[in-house]
Ligand binder design. Sequence first.
Ligand code: MRU
Length: 349
Amino acid sequence: MKAIIYDNIRAVQWVDGRVRLLDQRLLPHEVRYLDLSTSAEVAAAITDMVVRGAPAIGITAAYGVVLAAAQRYGESAERWRQPLQEDMDTLLRARPTAVNLRWAVKRLSVIIDTLKIPPLEPLLAQAKRIHAQDIAANQRIGTLGASLLSRDSVLTHCNAGALATGGYGTALGVIRSAWAAGKINKVYADETRPWLQGSRLTAWELLQEGIPVTLICEGAAAALMRERRPGWVIVGADRVAANGDVANKIGTYSLAVIARAHGVRFMVAAPTSTVDMDMPSGDGIEIEQRQTDEVLTMQGKPIAAPGATAWNSVFDVTPASLVDALVTEQGIIHNPDTDKLKRLMNASS
Ligand code: MRU
């Protein structure tokens, strides 16, 4: 009998020399792809949330560097280096919190530094390698994370799925693998205000794969933990600091606090490309602040009382002490700390 593979969604593709993005602002009501041919369009698409999720924006930015180099192809060395650097800087500024973006751009810029003409083939090969390695890492994370589950129900937050990565997903990779192995009996997802990544994206993604999902408002998580006793909260990460602190979608920290208060275990699933060993702790991670309209309105319609203001800090930092398991493609770290992360990252470099 053929194994069921729950992996049919691709948010980012390289097609005929252009970057094809599934426009995540329109999901779940419309499935529309945008084909982008300049790095400026790619940077804008990242800022505007056409594509989102730490690994997915890293991969998209890598393809964006290829487009930037293609735009400069044929110009003399004195003329292409500076503008290409400016294009890369624009990509780097597109979103500040996810370290995957700078990790991916850096992997391409080291190739650029060694060559005299914009090196199109090696850059494209590297971008495709980053993409393929991310999918492979997520499949491994899925297998490792699923090994920690045993007929549990789980709660996830935001969207850390195929839509947020090269494919398969991190937190949803664990859920895909565990579902296929019969190790999950129910999936709960936070709706995830204000962008509704949970109710729009995670629910769509899981249902596309035939995995049932039950949505809750974030405010219901404590009651859910007390009344329905999920085994695990499983989330992704935008950046894991060297001491194991985790920056992820706003609301993750609250979930970790209430999970600990209810004896529910807390799993962070992330590839090593999300680990930032240059960042000693979560205190130094830049947290993206977005427009307050995202809180005050919903899908363009005003919902707040006129005159109310809002604080729209879109990520938070969960201290390592609240993380029971950090699952990477290089292995599982229980109760992460600086020494354990150093050992893992040294072994993988
Ligand atoms: O603002 P977003 O939608 O880009 O935030 C995404 C998240 O917080 C994800 O949990 C994180 O990037 C991990 S994706 C595998």
